[in-house]
Design a protein around this ligand. Structure first.
Ligand code: NAP
Length: 286
């Protein structure tokens, strides 16, 4: 028997299309003013097929939105120092407006050192310590793309955050941690959960807004979703399965993101929008 459905789906695919369309309009205006479109530099170390696919997808979306991309493919043997030099050169190049270092870069690379070679003005993937600090102090700056996409989804669906209990399951540098920082900046009361958390279900049951960012299929049981909660499932596991037991959560949540078609499409959309933001800001400051 299929469950009684109560939750409204949060359509990340539709919102992402709108965000990209807006970025494309601004990219065209930028090109009209300067003679060429905004430019995103993509840097890939090695030949990991999944990473290469991600970069290809991002470049293809850029092209559709009128954003140029310049790809720098480096051999797997690249050292941290060589990668830092490459990123510093792109940071200094006035024809490059945004920089994306596809990661993970491999165990021999000091990724933090590499990220810090990206000029914060071009950090459209939100990976530098400068961007993290700006995020945590609610100052202007570039945000991590997936958390940025989550915040846009919450805004799109008029989710009240002030004073609400937001529970973020996962604390990675690219997802859980910045998502919590952005929610805090909107005056939510934020609880982080992670692999050492004791009694995760009890904390999940208290969540008005639940962000699942773990990478464990159906870790969050539907019965633990607070009735009327807003559920954002950023998890993406083999077989198009999220971190939340979607069918069961549907019967309790007020709003929920599907997997796929929820958070996923927002990540690239935010990357594109931030690349155009960076180009406009650099033009404004020129
Ligand atoms: P990650 O770096 O592996 O981090 C996973 C986090 O989950 C860690 O903080 C870990 O805790 C926590 N965790 C692991 N097991 C747990 C458990 N049993 N209970 C509670 N917390 C637990 O992963 P990530 O890069 O943040 O990605 C998370 C998920 O989001 C993945 O499915 C990934 O595919 C997806 N993702 C989607 C997008 C998108 O565009 N839609 C983008 C990025 C990631 P510790 O810190 O204690 O180890």
């Amino acid at each position: 028997m299929s469950p009684i459905r109560t939750a409204q789906l949060m359509d990340g695919a539709a919102l992402a299309r709108r965000v990209v369309d807006e970025a494309a309009v601004r990219a065209a205006e930028f090109a009209r003013r300067t003679g060429s479109g905004p430019c995103l530099a993509t840097v890939l170390v090695g030949e990991d097929p999944a990473s290469a696919t991600y970069v290809r997808m991002k470049r293809a979306r850029c092209a559709k939105a009128g954003i140029r991309s310049r790809h720098v493919g480096l051999p797997a043997t690249t050292t941290t120092a060589e990668l830092v030099d490459t990123l510093a050169a792109l940071s200094a190049d006035p024809d490059v407006h945004g920089i994306l270092l596809q990661h993970p870069c491999g165990p021999h690379i000091d990724e933090r050192a590499a990220f810090e070679a990206v000029d914060p003005a071009k950090d459209v993937d939100g990976v530098t310590l400068h961007s993290f600090a700006a995020m945590s102090f609610a100052r202007p700056g570039f945000v991590s793309c997936t958390p940025g996409g989550i915040m846009r989804l919450l805004k799109e669906y008029d989710v009240e955050l002030s004073g609400r209990h937001a529970v973020v399951v996962g604390r990675s540098a690219i997802l859980g941690k910045p998502a919590g920082m952005l929610l805090l900046a909107e005056d939510a009361t934020v609880t982080y959960c992670h692999s050492r958390t004791v009694d995760l279900p009890a904390i999940v049951r208290e969540a008005d807004v639940l962000i699942a960012a773990v990478g464990r299929p159906r870790l969050i049981r539907g019965e633990d979703v607070k009735p009327g909660a807003v559920v954002i499932d950023a998890g993406y596991n083999p077989g198009n399965v999220g971190d939340v037991d979607f069918d069961a959560a549907l019967t309790r949540a007020r709003l929920i993101t599907p997997v796929p078609g929820g958070v996923g499409p927002m990540t690239i959309a935010v990357l594109l929008a931030q690349t155009v933001d960076a180009a406009e800001q650099q033009l404004g400051g020129a």
